[in-house]
Write a protein that binds this ligand. Sequence first.
Ligand SMILES: Cc1cc2nc3c(=O)[nH]c(=O)nc-3n(C[C@H](O)[C@H](O)[C@H](O)COP(=O)(O)OP(=O)(O)OC[C@H]3O[C@@H](n4cnc5c(N)ncnc54)[C@H](O)[C@@H]3O)c2cc1C
Length: 840
Amino acid sequence: MCNSYCRAQPPQPPPEGTDALTVQPRVVIVGAGIVGCALSDELTARGWTDVTVLEQGPLFATGGSSSHAPGLVFQTNSSRTMTEFASYTVRKYSALTLDGQWCFQQLGGLEVATTPERLAELTRKHGLAASWGVPGALLDPGQCVALHPLLDRDRILGGFHVPTDGLAKAVRAGEAQARRAIGRGARFMAHHTVTGIGSANGRVTAVVTDQGSFPADVVVSCAGFWGPRIGRMAGLAVPLVPLAHQYARTSPVPALAGCNTGELEASKPILRHQDRDLYYREHGDRIGIGSYAHRPMPVDLGEVPAPGGPVMPSMLPFTKEDFEQPWADSQALLPALARARVDEGFNGIFSFTPDGFPLLGEAPELRGFWVAEAVWVTHSAGVARAMAQWLVEGTPRTDVHECDLNRFEPGQLAPAYVHRRGCQNFVEVYDIIHPLQPMEDPRPLRVSPFHARQRDLGAFFLEASGWERPHWYEANQALPEVAGIPGRGAWASRYWSPIAGAEALATRERVAMYDMTALKRLEVTGPGAQAFLQYLTTNQLDKPVGSVTYTLLLDETGGVRSDLTVARLGPGRGCGERWQLGANGNLDLDWLIRRLPSDGSVQVRDTTAGTCCIGLWGPLARDLVQPLTDADFSHQGFGYFRAKQAYLGNVPVTAMRLSYVGELGWELYTTADNGQKLWDTLWEAGQSLGIVAAGRSAFNSLRLEKGYRSWGTDLTAEHNPYEAGLGFAVRMDKGDFLGRDALLGTTEETVARRLVCLLLDDPRAVVMGKEPVYADGAPAGYVTSAAYGYSIGASIAYAWLPRAAADPGRRVEVEYFGERLPATVTQEPLFDPKMARIRR
Ligand SMILES: Cc1cc2nc3c(=O)[nH]c(=O)nc-3n(C[C@H](O)[C@H](O)[C@H](O)COP(=O)(O)OP(=O)(O)OC[C@H]3O[C@@H](n4cnc5c(N)ncnc54)[C@H](O)[C@@H]3O)c2cc1C
């Protein structure tokens, strides 16, 4: 057998509009599944034509997951990014053919409800589709049956239909893309098993196979569920679990006789019955059934058959006993199956990650080694395009922070954690998941030094980056404010308590303690620290020691990669310059480390785990803190956006006069060992002032009353500062900084969209985020964050809207579970616009 897929055509020049590269990086892609093939196409289309794809199996039915994927593509996802990936896959594969044969059949996708809860969930999903620009419709049972006549009309309550969903032929689409890549100069090598990754000085240099070595400047592992094995060769922990998932085909179904002949394969919409964890497609006159209704079946890579044998490595024997209930449920939903039987089946392997998102990006410690794994056929083209943009242009044009390989905290890479969460994601794949719902196991993982005290106060914990984070405290049930807090709808009431409202009001009226430990803290030191931070951020940091600055990290395109508070703390013992950064997560650390100067003049350290923070906020915050310290905490002695080292009682703290809730107060940082003492000191001192411990739920409401954005939710790298209302943090006149060139000529006035504040007419109608916003009756944008504003007695939603619909006073509608809620674009901030409460 030929070992390589020989060049069918002479190399083609790069397409128009792509700069021909003088020096071609040598790219090696591991794996010729759908992801590797799609990436080869996207890279070569951008002019990177020195691409070698190494595949352990044959081409193009390699034996990996893509070889047997039934190829259902449902686009709508709660993640905007994942939906965008899927929509690009639909567009791209719809236009692809292989030797005249189709690669994508736009049959439509139908998800049916057999329970009222699912029907409500599909209504919500319809809203998500509208938010992300996917046309879809809610159907009654009769309309569902009209589209899919095999359905039992009496069993279903309704459905959600997306006409552009459909079936992808994964192997065919893979080969069609590979051929285009080959036409531009790529080569595909079958039966080449990668056995090692060569490196020197922290960079990849080669990929080693059983047939020899391939020099490489860039390696992209697209090895699917084999990813962890390739990762290990590069010293990288790839957090995915290979899990088996059942797929079966029936015998011919009499009701389908003559329906789908020849090339057609299928004519009815692809179908999901998520109340029973099942999905369906036609295979001519048979039905294919996929089931997630069984126990998780993690697969040890050592037990996967070798490629090239009699069975495909990714196809394990069918365990019939796991299919008994799914078969009964299928016959109930599709009564025509009563006249058929299960003819064949297999337990197919593919990848699950701890949070259900793919793994995309460059290894933290081996430059040039990239990963694109845990990707469904559904998202394959979109992922490949983003990866190619990232590699060739430096930045993906779609926000990929949810999928970034480097998003995990060290504890989240523990094999036991990856295994448990991966399995749980399999179990929950079709479940109705509330946006705030955490996984229950393994927990607790990370706890702040205040944890014991918080438990004593009846904290209701949710999880953030592995941290247990209080959302409210049951101990506050006795607060008089609780009785006056308005109720809300059933969905918005989950993971919520009126106690949160009382905590918010207590913050505005008295003083409250917030555990801010979960927020990432970084220390930047060294003689080059100031120049380094000045170049990477947008605001002016050249200020005296003791200054704190709110600033942005931009990418080369001017997109906001993160927002930071940067405190200049002055010389520490043994180090010159010392800066403390309040960051958003691990990706910030990764961003900074990748850009460190090579001369060793700057060091970046993650100090989060060894430190802790209490936000002490409220009009009585100064009355509480001043008697505890000799340091001057007066307005004159300790100005807004200033930092100071001090002792509060026996506790050494770094105090920063900042407030994310819009009240007088300080973020008080100390080392973990002093944390409980800090809590106790503040708690005792606050008793006479009516102090409360307050949680994240109150915090979120207070921040939205003040218009403070949350990166990752309200804005991402897809937005520039002016669109996001953060132009005040950009100092174009401070000198050069990363992203500055891309912002030239951009102002608040020139942007095409804006993040705006909406007030809902009905104050009791609290929404959750991601709902579509309609202007003049048509979908125009979507909600990012939302909360009830307890101090203003109104329901707040921040939303992206086109410039033309973004002026204050503009009437719009927010769709929530199918209901259009009237709202008005409102001047922000809603609370204390003159900042009188903070600056005093
Ligand atoms: C039963 C089943 C049903 C599914 N249904 C759907 C569906 O309906 N819709 C959908 O979107 N997704 C579906 N999926 C998921 C989908 O199939 C996968 O997520 C997708 O195919 C993964 O593509 P990939 O290219 O990343 O991986 P793969 O197709 O597995 O490709 C990885 C390649 O890497 C090669 N490789 C690995 N190690 C080496 C090495 N050391 N050296 C050289 N080559 C190596 C492998 O041989 C393989 O060809 C299903 C999966 C299963 C199992």
